[in-house]
Each structure stands twice: as C-alpha cells, then as structure tokens.
Design a protein around this ligand. Structure first.
Ligand code: IPD
Ligand code: CA
Ligand code: CA
Length: 260
C-alpha cells in the first residue's frame, strides 16, 4: 500500500472509532445547525480533528481542506476530508454514513479512503493502481442497459435553485431505470457504485469533500466520472454523474434531454 494511503487508512479508522462510540449514546450528542437543514455535531468535529492530527503527525507540511474547520496550510499535497458524510442518517441511527479522505497532488486526485464504520468496510484507491474493498480488487459491474440499472442520487434540499434544476432529471430517470435510491451519503453512493451495488449515480450541488475520495475509487474501479453535462470539473462544480461506460452514455443523454 502507498505510504500516504496507509496513513489515511489509519486516520479513517480512528475517526470510525469516534463515530461508533458515539452511536451508543446518540441521545446525548450535541447538535448545531450550520444552515438550512444542515447539521454538525461534536462527533463530526472530533472525528475531523482526529483525522487532521493523524495526517499532520505523519506529514506536517501538507495542506488540509476539511468540511468543519476549513483550509489549513498550502502545499502541492492537499488532503480533502469529510469526517462524517451522512450526518442526518447518523443522527437517526440510520446505518448509512462514512468517513471520506482524499489526497490531491498538484490538483490531481491521487489517494482515496472511504470507511464505513458500521459495516467495517474499507474502500481504497491509489491513482493508476486500482481500487479495493477490504483489500479485494474492485471492478465495476457492466450493466446491460439503463432499463436494468439500479441508480443512486441525492436531493439538493438546501438550495431552492439547485432543487429546481434537479427535479426534471429525477422525473426523466424514474420511468427509465430499474430503481432509484437516495441513501443520504454521497461518498457511500460512490463507493457502492464502485463495488457494483449501484450501476449509476448523479447528484447536483455537492462539495469537494463529499466526492473527492469516491470519484477516484470509481475511476480506479473502471467507472467514468464527469459532470452531468459531460464536463470534467465535478470537484469544483459539485455536480456529478458516474457510471460504467455504457450506462454513462445513456445517463448523459437522459440528463442532457432533461435539462433542455
Ligand atoms: C451530505 C450527504 C448527502 C448529500 C448532501 C451532503 P453531510 O453530506 O453526502 O448524501 O446529498 O448534499 O451534504 O452534510 O452529511 O456531510
Ligand atoms: Ca458530506
Ligand atoms: Ca460531513
């Protein structure tokens, strides 16, 4: 394993321990509201500081972009961290949330970890080397066509304009696919796509930390990751479409037709 990935795995597992411990005392967890239907808990903050400390102990010169504490430092090596993706699920004890850590090197995704502490599933990827689930190599499933596909998505409930742009795409996909799931953790949606539990995934209005690790894991499992218009700036725009090659073509066409 790449030494930087090894450190990221250590950081993600430590954060997972913080999260699992808190699951047993959910009623006592302190919750703050960051914005409209946007929550942060002491658990998000503790998991994040555990991750940052682990990474900076090993690589003190590296920079950080983290959901709860923002940007620290400046370097060619930037860690992009979502300490708890799926906070609303976590607060309900709904078992769909995870830790997401990616390393960008000179702006390019290079290493990725997503850790699901409930299922003890560790998804990892290194650029050019492949993706793994618990050390088993991941290859994306080749679905026969959109009508057979189970696809994931997310509802952009915090922004009215994004929701208005999104809803026609949901209406367009519903009659075309085998099923649509909104599970509530973007990083796990991507991890589930990489291991064949989903065939495609699209969402609008995400942040870089929601998708950075998952995008590399999907790419290294053989999937295609773009914006819903086919562009490559998904980390910046937060609008994303991912699937295996054949489904990606079909989903792109549906999205383009729906947005005309
Ligand atoms: C959220 C989850 C969710 C997505 C939201 C994200 P958070 O992350 O990934 O699936 O639809 O847009 O903000 O706030 O739980 O870290
Ligand atoms: Ca998130
Ligand atoms: Ca989060």
């Amino acid at each position: 394993m790449h030494p930087m990935l090894n450190i990221a795995v250590r950081a993600a597992r430590r954060a997972g321990t913080v999260i699992n411990r808190a699951l047993n005392r959910l009623g006592d967890v302190h919750i703050d509201t960051k914005g409209h239907r946007d929550y942060v808990t002491e658990v998000d903050r503790e998991a994040e500081s555990t991750i940052i400390q682990t990474l900076l102990d090993a690589y003190p010169g590296h920079a950080i972009i983290a959901e709860e504490s923002g940007e620290h430092g400046s370097s060619d090596f930037v860690w992009v961290i979502d300490p708890l993706d799926g906070t609303t699920n976590f607060l309900h004890g709904y078992p769909q949330f995870a830790v997401s850590i990616a390393l960008k090197v000179r702006g390019e995704l290079d290493q990725a970890v997503i850790f699901d502490p409930v299922r003890d599933e560790l998804f990892t990827a290194s650029r050019g080397v492949g993706a793994q689930l618990n050390n088993r190599r991941l290859r994306m499933r080749e679905c026969q066509g959109l009508s057979h596909a189970l696809v994931g998505t997310g509802f952009p409930i915090r922004n009215a304009a994004t929701l208005a742009a999104y809803l026609p795409t949901l209406t367009a996909f519903l009659p075309q696919v085998s099923g649509i799931r909104r599970a509530g953790s973007a990083c796990l949606d991507l991890a589930f796509l990489a291991c064949g539990r989903l065939d495609g995934y699209w969402e609008f209005g995400l942040s870089e930390w929601d998708i950075a690790a998952g995008a590399l894991i999907v790419q290294e499992a053989g999937g295609i990751v773009t914006e819903p218009n086919g562009g490559s700036g998904f980390l910046k725009s937060g609008n994303i479409l991912c699937a295996s090659p054949r489904i990606h073509r079909e989903m792109l066409k549906t999205l383009q037709d729906a947005q005309q």
